[in-house]
Design a protein around this ligand. Structure first.
Ligand code: EPZ
Length: 417
């Protein structure tokens, strides 16, 4: 089992570039299913989850060709409508193939994604929306069996703001007969990026990025070329790497507009964030201030930054209250941080952090993608050495994390076994 060893206490400084966004690359790669011919995607991050979705596309009969960060996909050879359990269980975002397979083939058989460490993560809203569009859905033996000779536009209200739910239904609707309206839709930049890619393919989508998205179905779509937007969560994680090490980091290639809530809270914590033509300059020279945070759907503070921000608050003298409103079990990192000396009390979906106490290196275990990022941040700030196990979690969402941190002056390395 691989581990990452970190020698903490070093100030990070220098320049780091942000990779393409995992949560934009996944739905956009899947959207290639909707057309015949070669679509070309640039700035695709080399991540475990991206490799999984490419394997799933290949299993469906789709041609996938990777050259560096450019991925070409041709769904003209699509022949299977089944996403098997052994793939879906490793990455729940595989459920995104449901909508496109129904739209393209009229059939889809996708393993029900189980829960995961951070919560039950049901997909009831995905399925309810597809049924409203005329799909017949049965759940048997752990699989979703969906059939829709032809999908019809529908007026769909999403009880909860769901990112992949919005994306799945958007991709089902682009080839449906008539108009689909998604109400209470997710507004994340990754949803907007998908809508932009689909419109480039010939779809008619308006309102992406607002709570009401309208999709007018068309007969066919054509392949396209897309550059994946930068990863705002990776950028936010590096901002906090500057904060927890009292460092000075220039983050290039990021889109500050996607990070407004995070920039606001980081500045409130006493960190300087300056917008420059090619990215953000983040400098932490003064004592940190404790700040309360509540995670919300975009444009609120992202749940994917909650664990990382908690580490910053462990280092800020005073009390801060962190409320997690998106997932029911997204404080798993707390017990690991406590082993490094953090003073955190959890009650329900609220964590109260008594910050300002020194953190010390310890053997810890990663439990999910963003929790593992928080453990790396804590290790960078801690006195002494930290050993992080189960680092396969981090590889799901951070490209070349050790190399990028090492070039900023961090002392860390990966061990096998
Ligand atoms: C996406 O997950 C992201 N993943 C997650 O990032 C992110 O944390 C999450 O959105 C919230 O921003 C991808 O985009 C691949 P949701 P998703 O559906 O779409 C409930 C990471 O670290 N819900 O927006 O699965 C659900 O239980 C990952 O990169 C239903 O009840 O999240 C949750 O409480 C982690 N029924 C809330 O909605 C449904 O049918 C938001 O979930 C769907 C969702």
């Amino acid at each position: 089992m691989e581990k990452i060893i970190v020698e903490g206490g070093r100030r990070l400084q220098g320049t780091v570039s942000v990779s393409g966004a995992k949560n934009a690359a996944l739905p956009i790669l899947v959207s290639a299913l909707l057309a015949e011919g070669w679509s070309v995607y640039h700035n695709v991050p080399d991540l475990r989850d991206v490799r999984t979705i490419k394997r799933l596309l290949t299993d469906l009969g789709v041609q996938v060709n990777t050259q560096g960060s450019t991925v070409k996909v041709n769904a003209g050879t699509l022949k299977s409508h089944e996403a098997p359990y052994d793939l879906v269980k490793t990455m729940r975002a595989s459920v995104l193939v449901l909508g496109p397979l129904l739209a393209r083939l009229g059939r889809a058989r996708v393993s029900l994604p189980g829960g995961c460490a951070i919560g039950a993560r049901p997909i009831n809203l995905h399925l309810k929306g597809l049924e409203q569009m005329g799909a017949h859905i049965s759940l048997e033996h752990g699989y979703i069996d969906a059939e829709a000779p032809s999908l019809k536009g529908a007026d769909i209200y999403l009880d909860t703001v769901t990112v992949t739910g919005t994306e799945n239904l958007m991709m089902a609707a682009v080839l449906a007969q008539g108009v689909t309206i998604l109400r209470n839709a997710a507004r994340e930049p990754e949803v907007v990026a998908l809508a932009t890619a689909l419109n480039q393919m010939g779809a008619h989508i308006t309102g992406a990025g607002t709570p009401v998205v309208t999709i007018t179905g068309v007969d066919t779509l054509k392949p396209t070329s897309v550059t994946i937007i930068p990863d705002r969560i990776e950028a936010g994680t590096f901002m906090l790497a500057a904060g927890v090490t009292h460092g000075h980091i220039k983050i290039i290639g990021t889109e500050p507009g996607h990070l407004a809530a995070v920039i606001h809270k980081v500045r409130q914590a006493g960190i300087t964030v300056e917008q420059e033509p090619d990215g953000l300059r983040v400098v932490c020279e003064q004592t940190l201030s404790s700040v309360d945070v509540k995670t919300l759907p975009y444009p609120g503070f992202p749940t994917d930054m909650q664990a990382q921000f908690m580490v910053l608050m462990c280092l800020a003298p005073g009390l801060s209250v962190i409320s997690e409103t998106i997932f029911e079990n997204r404080f798993i990192h707390v017990s690991e941080l406590q082993r490094m000396g953090a003073d955190i009390k959890v009650s329900g979906n609220t964590a109260v952090v008594q910050g300002g106490k020194p953190m010390t290196g310890a053997p810890v275990m990663a439990t999910d993608l963003r929790a593992s990022a928080s453990l790396i941040l804590a290790a960078l700030a801690a006195e002494g050495t930290t050993e992080i196990s189960r680092v396969y979690h981090i590889d799901r969402g951070y490209e070349s994390i050790e190399q990028k941190l090492a070039q900023l002056g961090a002392r860390l390395w990966r061990t096998r076994g």
